[in-house]
Design a protein around this ligand. Structure first.
Ligand SMILES: [Zn+2]
Length: 554
């Protein structure tokens, strides 16, 4: 009789390939799956999975856990949502390669673009590395989750060119150096490169990757392709829809010229430009038809954002007077926003720039008893009642709370489930774009996978269970070159998620203060996820993290 370490019995097995679910057992030994279907042997640990779905662990291809993994090797809360592999280093930003003299620049770019604050970096990220491989060696011990790592083009370019990386195209010699580093990173375990066509740094200047010309991009793609795999992740210039379509064409050229897979994030539905998503999908289809591997990423979640004036808000970048005050430390910020003499200008500026956003704003968490009466109410309604403008009322409420009030801006972008379902089901789209680990004081991107099953499978019947699992497992594993994962098959890595299809949900957002340096963030605790198994070890058991740490760099 064969012997296994773990046997999961009577599960509804959804194997990740898209094939119909079957009832049966899965057995695990070491970090591999050793039996699927029927297992007559004995196991050191038996799990009765009756009534539950057993799927491959989910893969989240778009996260920014690079800093968090330095102090939290579980990448909470993604792991408890059944995510067993996260891809980091997206959007042109990674924490290596880096010179000691360049760490502050990386921290500030990360702070600006991904909303991880400097005190959090100072306490949580020791920068005890220079090369990309050394960064991977730093996070590897004690990993609870698997990590696929992209090299950030802005980090790479800054490492080679310094401040001039934000001023000019690279010389042939600089491109050659970048390519050498890229090859070294791939050899050390990277899965590809990320670049950005749109982001700006802490001084509102284009990030280094935006200064790269086509010869640099093509050379880097060819350099990574030498390893036999290669992904190019990108953020398009979404500010101008025509430019975004041109970005897709450029990516197609890069893919055709080098063989790499290109992914562009995010493709979302916005009622302000209702046909945009269709044009993007058509462009992706057109380029794929000529053989380019170029795909979009989208997510099930509506683009919901919370503004707290005590934190960070990218929605306020376009309002210079507000944005300037948001750069002050919090005590100074409280004083500045409370200043009556500057109020008129602040109100006028916000009216010009963000009034449509504020129409959708709801008062969420409040702190001062005098604000209790506003809880759950629309800012627009309160303003009407008081005969004031919305930004004025927003400031009154926020100042009374020392700026901590939560204003929820919901469902403005990507909120229509009919259209979102079409995007999520489209063959030129992958499910990604969660941004988990980023923008942490504005929303929680972790939990999108649970949301997909809750709303788009169970409530709206837009995707079958099998298709949803396929989209979160084998499909991204194959596209991103993550080998031997994403399927329940004999010999595959034992990354498994056991969940209740009737109750799986992403849970409510909670604002917690658990980041180094006194940082705050939004998290969500998963519902309906019974067990999460990473490389054969149960890491989440009935919703609780165990001591097992079996994550790998993939
Ligand atoms: Zn991102």
């Amino acid at each position: 009789m064969s012997q296994a370490e773990l046997a999961i019995r009577n599960a509804h097995i959804v194997d990740g390939t898209g094939a119909a679910a079957v009832k049966g057992d899965v057995a695990v030994s070491g970090d591999k799956i050793v039996a699927v279907g029927k297992f007559d042997g004995a196991a050191a640990r038996e799990i009765d999975a009756h009534g539950h779905v057993l799927s491959p662990g989910f893969i989240d291809v778009h996260t920014h856990y690079d800093p968090q993994l330095c102090w939290d090797r579980l990448a909470t809360p993604s792991l408890e949502h059944g995510v067993t592999t996260v891809v980091v280093g997206n959007c042109s930003l990674s924490l290596a390669p880096v010179h000691q003299s360049g760490t502050r620049k990386l921290v500030r770019m990360f702070g600006k673009i991904e909303d991880i604050k400097e005190p959090t970096f100072d306490e949580g990220v020791p920068f005890k590395w220079e090369s990309f491989g050394q960064y991977l060696d730093f996070i590897r011990p004690g990993l609870g989750i698997n990590v696929g790592a992209l090299v950030g083009h802005s980090a790479l370019r800054y490492y080679v060119m310094g401040a001039e990386s934000q001023e000019r195209v690279a010389t042939d010699a600089e491109i050659a150096t970048m390519c050498e580093l890229m090859e070294g990173a791939m050899a050390a375990g990277a899965i590809g490169l990320s670049t950005s066509y749109v982001d700006i740094d802490e001084n509102l200047r284009p990030v280094p990757s935006r200064l790269a010309d086509m010869r640099e991009k093509m050379a880097l793609c060819k350099a990574m392709a030498k390893s036999g795999r290669g992904t190019l992740q990108t953020v398009p210039y979404f500010i101008d829809p025509e430019q975004q379509l041109k970005n897709i064409e450029e990516l197609a050229e890069l893919s055709l010229g080098s063989g790499v897979f290109c992914t562009i994030a995010p493709i979302v539905y916005s009622p302000a430009a209702p046909d945009n998503y269709k044009r993007n999908l058509a462009k992706l289809d057109e380029q794929r038809a000529r053989g380019a591997k170029v795909f979009g990423q989208s997510m099930p979640r509506a683009f919901n954002i919370n503004i707290r004036l005590s934190e960070t808000s990218f929605l306020l970048y376009g309002v210079p007077s507000w944005n300037a005050l948001m750069q002050l430390d919090v005590p100074k910020r409280i004083a500045a926003f409370g200043e009556r003499t500057s109020r008129e200008k602040l109100v006028k500026d916000a009216e010009r720039a963000i009034l449509p956003l504020l129409y959708g704003a709801i008062v969420g968490e409040v702190y001062n008893p005098s604000n209790q009466k506003y809880l759950g109410r629309r800012l627009a309604e309160i303003a009407k009642e008081q005969g004031k403008s919305m930004p004025d009322v927003m400031l009154d409420i926020a100042v009374a709370d020392d700026l901590r009030t939560e204003f929820r801006i919901n469902e403005i972008v990507h909120g229509d489930p009919e259209i979102v379902a079409q995007i999520l089901d489209h063959p030129s789209i992958h499910i990604g774009a969660s941004d988990a680990g980023a923008h942490v004081s504005q929303f929680c991107g972790a939990g999108d996978t649970s949301d997909l099953f809750d709303r788009f499978v169970r409530q709206f019947h837009k995707l079958t269970l099998e298709r949803a699992v396929h989209r979160l497992t084998a499909e991204p594993a194959d596209a991103w070159g993550i080998k031997n994962r994403g399927r329940i098959a004999v010999g595959a890595a034992a990354d498994l998620t056991l969940f209740d299809p009737e109750t799986i949900a992403r849970g409510k957002e909670e604002f917690v203060s658990d980041f180094p340096g006194g940082g705050n963030r939004y998290i969500r605790h998963a519902q309906g996820i019974e067990k999460v198994i990473v490389n054969g070890k149960v890491v989440v058991d009935s919703g609780k993290y165990t001591e097992a740490r079996a994550g790998q760099i993939v």
